[in-house]
Structure formats: structure tokens, C-alpha cells
Design a protein around this ligand. Structure first.
Ligand SMILES: NC(=O)c1ccc[n+]([C@@H]2O[C@H](COP(=O)([O-])OP(=O)(O)OC[C@H]3O[C@@H](n4cnc5c(N)ncnc54)[C@H](O)[C@@H]3O)[C@@H](O)[C@H]2O)c1
Ligand SMILES: [Zn+2]
Length: 344
């Protein structure tokens, strides 16, 4: 079942319309300290009398202890099975708020109001909910669809630039894997001059189409992992050396590596791959990785859930807009691509 994703320039009216159409006994808003300050004022007129559940910001709080706090607050606020939780925030709030709402009294309604670019263009579609557990990312969770997702780019005005850029990596990914014409437009503009409303609508459409074709990620949905096999490993590597990078920054590096790989093992044209790498590099800069640590990153890649029987499997471009999934890649080939990145 697909969720209803609404793109609007007037989140207040859309939220009001949703509330007018449904009847809820009680409403609570889940926010973190940043979204309370920057985003709650935008909707407060509509949610004025609702309870506010406040959590600290950041991935480190996307855990069971915070869920306990949320369930505690939901209980104190008197939420019952006919109540609503409004998740006001980025992917952390959306994933964890949805998880808490879906488990509370066996499931209550929830609405996501994404406030980061990443949560608008990626987490808003596909129904994946969950939390991190004992250092494993998104280890506990399930699929469940929000009752509504309302996206308004107005929230991006207060988003720090590095967070905006991080979300932009997923926008680039959606163009590269599925839409050559869009990529040709995107790469002519600097990151700061991008038409966000248009790109958000595009990303939501691309991701929705792919998820609709393969909701449980048994085949084609894997193309959304382009840049993520090495990207996740790079993200874990920087976390391990106590110098965490944003998800999108790691995915940008991952896409550069996987463009090298696409060229090497999947027939992507060399000049096309080089242009794409150049744009990503210009936008994100380069992450400094010690060449001696390439092996460590490769070992982290081997832990990827998408690998089969100890063999590395990647989603790689054959052309811009045409992506193959489950492409077998040897450890040597992956290492070579990573080293090429390190030596740029
Ligand atoms: N469910 C999915 O399909 C899916 C897809 C991609 C990512 N995710 C998850 O999303 C999470 C990352 O999401 P994220 O990047 O949005 O991180 P986030 O939710 O931590 O938000 C990033 C930071 O921006 C702040 N912030 C949010 N909106 C703001 C605004 N409008 N103005 C100012 N500050 C604001 C937050 O308080 C936080 O400090 C990860 O946990 C990831 O696993 C889920
Ligand atoms: Zn991602």
C-alpha cells in the first residue's frame, strides 16, 4: 500500500484539511529541540492545544531508551487507539516516531511532517520505520505506512547548509539511477541554486515508483542502494575513528567510488562517469581516508545486508538513468575503486 505524500507550499492548510477529515480523541506532536524552535511555530496555529513530546536531536537518540520516553509521554498525555501522533522533524523523528506510534496500543495513526531535505526526498516514501540497537543501525523496526506525509520546503529555510547538502546526495542519486534528463539539468546548477520544490517532487516520484514496483526490496528496489554499499562502510569507518560524517557526505563518496566501479565492471561510459564524479566532488569536497585503511572499509562492506553468500553485490549504473542490481563485484575490484577515490 502506498502512502499519501502531499507536496504543498502551505503545510498549515494541508494539516488542517487532514484533521478536518478525520476525528482524533487526542493529538501529540513529537519534535526535537531544533524542530521545536524552528518548525513548530509554523504549525502551532493548527496544533496549538496538542501535547508536545520533546526529545534531544541526533541519531544517537534514535534508540529504545528514547522510545520508552516517548511511550511514557504518550501515556501521560492520555493518547488512546483513536489518537494521532504528528512527527515534526527529520528522518530520526520520522523513523522513531512512526515506530513508536505503530507499536503504541498495537498502532495509532501518525502523520509525518519532514523538515530536512533528506527526510523529504528519501525517508518520506517507503514505510520503513525503526531505531538503532546496540550500535546496529535501523536494527529494530518494521514497515508501516503513515496516515499522511505532508512536505513543505518552507522548513528548509532554517536547515543548516551541511544538512541540506547531505540530503542533496539522495537527490543526485535519484537522478543518476533513473532519470538522465533530470541529471542533465541538475548538473548545470550549483548546489545553492537548485530548484528545491521541483527536485523534491521529482525524488518523491522516483522513489515512489521504485518502491511500488518492489515494496519489500527483493529486487529492483535495491537500485536505491547506489552509492550506499561503499557509502555505508565509509560512514561506519568515520564513526569508528570518532570523526562522524553526515550520511549524505558518505553517500557522495560512495557514489564516486561506485561510479568508478560502474565504469570498470558495468559498462558505464568513462567520460559520463567522470562528469558525474566531478560534479559530486565539486559539491561535497573529498573525505580524507588513509590509503592504509582501505582494507578496513572493505571489511565493513562485507557486512552489508545486501551481499549474498560472502560475495559483494552492488547496484551499479550501466548508463545514467539505467541501473543494474545484484552485480557481483570482487573484493579486489571494490578495493581498486576505493583507492581511486583516496587518490583523487
Ligand atoms: N525511513 C527511511 O526510508 C529512511 C531513509 C533515509 C534515512 N532514514 C533515516 O533518517 C535519519 C537521518 O535523517 P536526517 O538527516 O533528517 O537527520 P535528523 O532527523 O537527525 O535531522 C538532522 C538535524 O537537523 C535538525 N533539523 C531538522 N529539521 C530542521 C529544520 N527545519 N531547521 C533546523 N534544524 C533542523 C535536527 O534537529 C537534527 O539536528 C537516519 O536515522 C536514517 O536512518 C530513513
Ligand atoms: Zn541514503
Amino acid at each position: 500500500m502506498a502512502e499519501s505524500v502531499i507536496l504543498t507550499k502551505d503545510v498549515r492548510s494541508e494539516l488542517q484539511a487532514f484533521l478536518n477529515n478525520r476525528s482524533f480523541t487526542r493529538i501529540a506532536v513529537l519534535a526535537d529541540h531544533n524542530t521545536r524552535r524552528h518548525c513548530l511555530p509554523v504549525i502551532q496555529q493548527i496544533t496549538g492545544t496538542s501535547s508536545l513530546i520533546l526529545i534531544p536531536p541526533g541519531e544517537v537518540y534514535k534508540n529504545l531508551a528514547t522510545c520508552e520516553l516517548i511511550w511514557d509521554e504518550m501515556t501521560k498525555a492520555g493518547l488512546d487507539r483513536k489518537s494521532l501522533l504528528i512527527n515534526l522533524g527529520g528522518g530520526v523523528i520520522g523513523d522513531m516516531g512512526g515506530f513508536c506510534a505503530s507499536a503504541f496500543k498495537r498502532g495509532i495513526a501518525f502523520v509525518n511532517l519532514p523538515t530536512t531535505l533528506l527526510s523529504m526526498v528519501d525517508a518520506s516514501v517507503g514505510g520503513k520505520l525503526g531505531i538503532d540497537f546496540k550500535g546496529y543501525k535501523n536494527h529494530i523496526g518494521f514497515f508501516a505506512m503513515p496516515d499522511s506525509v505532508v512536505i513543505d520546503a518552507v522548513f528548509l529555510k532554517t536547515l543548516p547548509e551541511n544538512e541540506l547538502r547531505s540530503g542533496f546526495a539522495e537527490v543526485i542519486k535519484h537522478c543518476l539511477i533513473r532519470d538522465e534528463a533530470k541529471w542533465d539539468g541538475l548538473r548545470l546548477r550549483e548546489f545553492r541554486d537548485q530548484p528545491w520544490d521541483d527536485l523534491i517532487a521529482h525524488s518523491v516520484r522516483i522513489k515512489s515508483e521504485i518502491v511500488a514496483e518492489d515494496p519489500r526490496e527483493s529486487g529492483i528496489r535495491k537500485i536505491l542502494n547506489f552509492g550506499h554499499t561503499l557509502g555505508h562502510a565509509i560512514e561506519s569507518y568515520f564513526l569508528d575513528i570518532n570523526s562522524p560524517v553526515l550520511h549524505g557526505e558518505a553517500v557522495a563518496a560512495g557514489m564516486i567510488c561506485e561510479l568508478f566501479l560502474s565504469e570498470e565492471v558495468n559498462g558505464l561510459d568513462g567520460a559520463t562517469a567522470a562528469l558525474a564524479r566531478e560534479y559530486i566532488l565539486k559539491t561535497f569536497g573529498k573525505l580524507e581516508i588513509d590509503a592504509a585503511d582501505a582494507g578496513k572499509i572493505l571489511n565493513l562492506t562485507l557486512q552489508d545486508k545486501k551481499n549474498e553468500g560472502g560475495e559483494l553485490r552492488f547496484s551499479l549504473l550501466a548508463e545514467i538513468g539505467k541501473t543494474s542490481h545484484n552485480v557481483p563485484v570482487s573484493r579486489e575490484q571494490a578495493e581498486k575503486a576505493l583507492i581511486k577515490y583516496v587518490k583523487i
